[in-house]
Design a protein around this ligand. Structure first.
Ligand code: AMP
Length: 414
């Protein structure tokens, strides 16, 4: 019997990862321009970190957490998301009172039912701005979302946004929702009945049509948040409404318990049922919840598998590729040296070597198939004279004889 990978935990081969690398390099530039720096935290954490942050009543902790007892009988879990670990790390370093602009990336684990766009091991890139109160940070993160979508060529998307108020407003709304829904409990399906008991705000996320109809008559978040919060939300929407489709969605609460203030989600019209590309919001209470000092915090996380699905590869400039062809049998120190010199002269170009099997013609065919723009051909005669052939592979392109120094110059300035 052959051993299979675990369900919902796919392998990623070089042909899959090409898109990932483009995405990652674009993203690195954006983070750099926002002066946002990478943090890496462990994949395994104590289970308590997630029960205290994400919340015991959330689906993530209830049903989806990969938890184990380690050899010391301590309960540890594979991280289902990144924010809790980042906050834990900052508290542990006693840096709650400093300002941080951080990003992270890596695998997350949730025991969900796998389907298209939903995995048990998936990847997120997340951003956390710590130490910034409500204000410019919200604007900056929405700007970042817009830039990311633009850079990778996504245009059909909607940003849904809501303001959950502060913790008191959220609690008052929650109480009012429970009071409203209780007399109607028998009209709810089993799932929503369970949500009403464990995490009433999640009923707002219900996919049931009848529940959504019922909720139309129910309390509205807007009636519980302060005027300042309402104005802030409206200003934020107005600031971006001429650049993207951004809409207030009063039923947007997000699954995790720790959010207060602004929450947002981006959905794409081109993804099918699992249409959420990214989600985030403000969580000023999380540091306290985890035993740290007060710390303002806002962030978002992108689902990498989903955003990569939409990456418009045609719109993105591909790195230049040059075929390195050795004609004949003269694979020796000298030919390797030319390849080494070329790579050190300009490592932004892909030098496609290992083409040296078969006739010159078949190697050229392979260089064309691999999308090489040029080929450097080293023949026996040329090598003796310290020369190479430079061939333009575009239609009607010519070729010329260059010395090894000339070819390096040309390659450097491509
Ligand atoms: P969340 O932490 O649930 O708000 O998720 C943030 C983003 O991660 C979502 O918008 C999705 O793009 C992605 N995501 C969440 N769960 C999964 C999953 N099981 N498989 C793939 N992507 C996911």
């Amino acid at each position: 019997m052959k051993i299979q990978s675990l369900r919902g935990m796919p392998d990623l081969f070089p042909e899959d990862l090409e898109r990932w690398h483009i995405f990652e390099s674009k993203l690195a530039n954006i983070f750099h321009s926002f002066d946002t720096h990478e943090i890496r935290t462990p994949l395994l954490e104590s289970t308590e970190l997630f029960s205290r942050s994400v919340g015991n009543s959330s689906d993530i902790v209830n049903k989806e957490l990969y938890s184990f007892l380690d050899r010391n009988e301590e309960s540890i879990s594979l991280r289902p998301e990144g924010s809790a670990s980042v906050i834990r790390a900052v508290i542990q370093k006693k840096q709650e009172q400093e300002k941080h602009k951080l990003w992270y990336q890596g695998p997350m684990f949730r025991y969900e039912r796998p389907q298209k766009g939903r995995f048990r091991q998936f990847h997120q890139v997340g951003v956390e701005y710590l130490g910034f109160e409500e204000g410019i940070a919200e604007y900056e993160l929405i700007s970042m979302v817009l830039q990311i979508n633009k850079l990778i060529g996504i245009s059909d998307y909607t940003i849904k946004i809501n303001h959950l108020g502060d913790r008191d407003a959220k609690e008052l709304f929650c109480d009012s929702l429970v009071t409203f829904l209780k007399p109607h409990i028998n009209e709810l399906d089993e799932k929503d009945q369970a949500r009403l008991k464990s995490n009433p705000l999640r009923v707002l996320d219900s996919k049931e049509k009848s529940t959504q109809e019922l909720l139309k008559e129910g309390p509205k978040f807007q009636d519980f948040i302060s005027d300042d919060s309402k104005i802030f939300l409206q200003n934020l929407v107005d600031a971006y409404s001429n650049q993207c489709d951004i809409q207030i969605d009063q039923s947007l609460v997000r699954g995790l318990d720790y959010y207060t203030g602004i929450v947002f989600e981006t959905v794409s019209q081109n993804l099918g049922a699992q249409d959420a590309l990214l989600g985030g919001g403000r969580y000023d209470n999380l540091s306290r919840q985890l035993g740290g000092k007060d710390m303002h915090a806002i962030g978002f996380a992108i689902g990498v598998e989903r955003i990569i699905e939409l990456l418009n590869i045609e719109k993105i400039k591909q790195p230049l590729k040059v075929g390195f062809i050795i004609a004949g049998e003269q694979i020796d120190k000298k030919t390797y040296k030319i390849a080494d010199d070329l790579r050190s002269a300009n490592n932004s170009i892909i030098l496609d070597s290992f083409l040296s099997e078969g006739s010159l013609k078949s190697q050229l065919r392979r260089a064309n198939k691999n999308n090489c723009s040029y080929a450097i051909i080293i023949g026996e005669e040329e090598l003796k004279n310290d020369q190479v052939i430079w061939k333009d592979l575009s239609e009607g392109g010519g070729q010329e004889l260059l010395t090894s120094k000339e070819v390096i110059d040309k390659y450097t300035n491509l």
